[in-house]
Write a protein that binds this ligand. Structure first.
Ligand code: ADP
Ligand code: ASP
Ligand code: MG
Length: 431
């Protein structure tokens, strides 16, 4: 049965990392394998900055950024292949020429459309280099264009999957133990052939879609951490690895902002009970975390999630009118129109508190549309702490000495909103 692997940007950030990837995949020779790969390192951020330079008509900045990105990719090719790189170097150069052409063709079009016609080049470049390196390392490899496989609607930057068309395309693939298949995460296309993207960090979702359509034996995400922890190990000095978790619990962690897995990933896997394994590409022999249907280990450890860059909006009807359901419906409707997500909502007789991701343009749109009917107070630079399965003493320890600007609690989850300036660099989960 087929296995699906996903590798993120850190696992292919430079020539040494790509060599290491080749060694790791060499250990899976003879197994039907589909490998989904993101853009190298922080390439997608660089492509977003390139897009902004083009759209604000800063041509010198645009040119500099494009040349730097091309030079970085060519340097990786050079480091891997040296003087043998001729053909691959030409393919990389022509991908950059194509990217430049697309920027010129779409720069006066709608921003989201322009974004989607250019943002996938990070993945097109990385998979081209990695596939060539795998071949060079003696692993027979076939490069696939994910835009021929993942078919979506035209909701640019957050495209919805056309499951029927995608299942049909993926079903036509020949997956066998002879050739490893390499394709891009994050991107797809409409039935008409317009490129689309699935949202930032969407390669996890791509891998889950392919696993679903291939009825895969399992999906493995190779990360720079040895599995899923009960808190981001880079932010919490005593985070512990979780050996086993259910899909449902993992969806909760991802939805509340644990950056390690894209929240859309779990549903397709759960629908076919395909186990997900999260492992470290740095220590590939360690078992990592297993995610499946079994809920028995959920809640063994309390889990903490930090969401930074939050904004609190306190909305009051004028003249002490009630914040009744009709008003809440109206306010949440404006939220949906602005494309904002509220991580915490708390109501009172004459107010509604909304904790929102700081997205300047969307917040501006929301504030403008609500200011017609409501008074508002706004606080920026906030951090939301979400705790799953907390004890009272743990919550007391985590909130001690910090002003709580908003909070919410139910049987399994507690959330506190703090000023970011009051939060420590290194957090510690109290006993
Ligand atoms: P990839 O590029 O492979 O998708 P990400 O950078 O998106 O990898 O995810 C890995 C990162 O997620 C880790 O470096 C870690 O800092 C962060 N992270 C956040 N929360 C958690 C968690 N609960 N467990 C493990 N890692 C976490
Ligand atoms: N390269 C894309 C991003 O950085 C997709 C991904 O890495 O999952 O968002
Ligand atoms: Mg990611």
């Amino acid at each position: 049965m087929t296995k699906v692997f996903k590798f993120g940007g850190a696992s292919i950030k430079d020539a040494a990392a790509i060599r290491h990837l080749g060694e790791l995949l060499g250990g899976f020779r003879g197994h039907p394998l589909v490998v989904v790969i993101s853009a190298m390192g922080k390439t997608t951020n660089a492509l977003e900055a390139l897009l902004e330079a083009m759209r604000s008509d800063q041509q010198d900045d645009y040119r500099d950024r494009l040349e730097r990105l091309e030079a970085d990719h060519l340097a990786t090719v050079e480091a891997l292949f040296g003087s043998e790189a001729g053909d691959l170097r030409d393919r990389i150069r022509s991908l950059f020429a194509e990217l430049d052409q697309r920027h010129r063709a779409y720069c006066h079009e709608d921003r989201a459309l322009h974004y989607d016609q250019t943002i996938g080049y990070g993945e097109l470049l990385s998979t081209t280099i990695v596939a060539a390196w795998l071949e060079e390392s003696g692993i027979a490899t076939r490069w696939l264009d994910a835009r021929d496989l993942i078919i979506t609607d035209a909701s640019h930057q957050a495209a919805n999957i056309d499951w029927q068309a995608t299942a049909q395309r993926v079903g036509e693939l020949e997956v066998d133990s002879e050739k490893l298949l390499v394709t891009q995460g994050f991107i797809g296309s409409t039935r008409d052939g317009l490129s689309t993207s699935l949202g930032r960090e969407g390669s996890d979702f791509s891998a889950a879609i392919l696993a679903y359509c291939l009825d895969a034996e399992d999906a493995t995400f190779w990360k720079d951490v040895p599995g899923l922890f009960n808190a981001d190990p880079r932010r919490f000095d005593n985070a512990v690895p979780l050996a086993h978790l259910s899909y449902a619990e993992t969806i909760e962690l991802a939805w509340h902002g644990a950056k390690v897995i894209h929240p859309k990933t779990l549903a397709p896997l759960q629908r076919k009970s395909i186990p997900l394994v999260v492992r470290s590409f740095e220590t590939p022999d360690a078992a990592g975390s297993l995610i499946d249907d079994d809920t028995r280990n959920d809640g063994e450890h309390p889990a903490c999630i930090l969401s930074e860059g939050q904004t609190l909006l306190e909305v009051h009807p004028r003249d002490l009118a009630f914040m009744d359901e009709a008003r809440q419906y109206h306010i949440l409707g404006r939220l949906v129109e602005a494309g904002l997500h509220a991580e915490l909502i708390d109501g009172g007789a004459t107010r509604l508190l909304l904790c929102l991701d700081s997205h300047p343009a969307r917040l501006e749109q929301l504030v403008q549309s609500l200011s017609v009917d409501y008074d508002m107070a706004r606080q920026d630079d906030l951090t939301l702490l979400t705790v799953r399965h907390p004890s009272a003493s743990l919550l007391a320890g985590l909130s001690e000495g910090r002003e709580i600007l908003a909070e919410r609690r139910n049987a399994t989850t507690a959330q506190y909103l703090f000023h970011t300036r009051e939060c420590p660099e290194a957090w510690h989960i109290p006993e």
